[in-house]
Design a protein around this ligand. Structure first.
Ligand code: UD1
Length: 361
């Protein structure tokens, strides 16, 4: 079986690392599995890409499509053209895509149109919010995938409701949590914590177009955070997209900005934070696993279990609700979270053993 595994953007790298490791292990143990790693180059900055390969022990990709940035249509089209050329030179049995970024969408369509089967890891997530590019990517990818590897019961239900037959759905757990579990012993404090009170900092990440492209909204959000948390240090690793919107912003004294951090440093910040405030998908999952209070600056989430049983609350851009939640946390009343089923670090193992068990591939 020849699997072409695709990754393109930062959150993909944590998801492919354990899958590659399991495929390598299976091959060493004599399984009939061969793999090719394709990096689309959607993310290309060292601190969004290369550092993750180094830190997570991901081998150099066999192909780098080097597509870079662009509008959604241009970026998606560039990935499709380049990936089609790569597939033309291989005999692939399966293309495996992860997550919900433009690379996921582009490579699943390209493979399917060449008659190659598609497996989607992290299938079935739905925010029901079609203003998010990721929701479109999820829906299209799931509508043409052959095999669905899921992280939650809700994802299973979403797929069944969409007409996917249950034999093609594999509830395996969460590969991002696999990486977290594996790497937790290697986390380390970033240098900037030397200037911050480690016992009372808040970690913030904001990068979604809906939160950062409107600079008035972004400035207001950051001013509100600074005021509501005036007794705390706020650590804010800034995505390149967000940096562009910060031009002209006068940074409050308790807000500490830095470039995106390496995985082990970032995970250290998540694990030890008093509170995390984010609009990321993956960080909602990581805080749930680590039972760290999380407030998400979004109206909805494709990861509802982080709210229903985890440590996460959604506030959108409602700063009154945000204040109420901060007061709740101050009074020691934050809900006690539960780790969702199968988020224990063995998802990739289940993916590879499920693959090996599929007849008539
Ligand atoms: C992408 C994903 C998003 C994910 C995020 C994580 C899509 C639709 N979005 O968003 O789901 O949460 O990655 O980071 O796929 N840029 C750089 N260096 C890079 C990459 C991007 O400077 O290495 C800048 C460019 O100006 C680019 C902008 O960031 O235009 C946005 O990059 P893009 O890949 O389009 O989307 P992200 O916002 O990173």
């Amino acid at each position: 079986m020849h699997v072409v595994l695709v990754a393109g953007a930062r959150p993909n790298f944590m998801k492919i690392a354990p899958i590659l490791a399991e495929m390598r292990k299976a091959r060493e143990e004599g399984a009939d599995i061969q793999y090719t790693l394709v990096h689309t180059g959607q993310h290309y900055d060292k601190n969004l890409s290369d550092h993750f390969f180094e830190d997570l022990g991901i081998p150099d990709p066999d192909f780098n499509l080097n597509v870079g940035s662009g509008s959604h249509a241009r970026q998606t089209a560039a990935i499709m053209c380049a990936f089609e050329d790569v597939l033309a030179g291989l005999t692939a049995d399966l293309v495996m895509v992860v997550g919900d970024v433009n690379s996921t969408l582009a490579c699943s369509i390209t493979a399917k149109k060449l008659g190659i089967k598609v497996a989607h890891v992290e299938a079935g997530l739905r925010s029901r919010d079609l203003s998010m590019p990721e929701e479109i990517n999820r829906m299209v990818t799931d509508s043409i995938s052959d095999y669905f590897f899921t992280t939650s019961d809700q994802a299973n239900r979403n797929l069944l409701n969409a007409g996917v037959v249950k034999e093609r759905i594999f509830f395996v757990g969460n590969t991002m949590i696999d990486t977290l579990v594996r790497e937790l012993p290697r986390i380390k404090p970033p240098d900037l914590l030397k200037h911050v009170d480690i016992s009372r900092y808040v970690l913030v990440t904001i990068h979604r177009p809906s939160n950062v492209d409107d600079t008035d909204l972004l400035f207001n959000t950051l001013d509100s955070l600074s005021q509501l948390l005036s007794d705390k240090d706020i650590v804010f690793p800034v995505h390149p997209r967000t940096w562009k919107s910060l031009t002209g912003y006068s940074i409050p004294k308790n807000l500490h900005l830095c470039d995106p951090l390496r995985y082990h440093e970032f995970l250290y910040l998540v694990k030890n934070a008093w509170l995390v405030i984010t609009d990321s998908g993956g960080i909602q999952e990581e805080t749930t696993y680590l039972r760290v209070p999380c407030i998400t600056l979004r109206e909805n989430t494709e990861r509802p279990e982080t709210v229903t049983i985890g440590s996460n609350h959604l506030v959108g851009n409602n700063m009154i609700l945000l204040k109420e939640l901060i007061d709740e946390l101050r009074s020691g009343n934050w809900k006690v979270g539960v780790i969702p089923p199968k988020w224990e670090g063995r998802a990739a193992e289940r993916i590879v053993s499920s693959l090996m068990g599929i007849d008539n591939f």
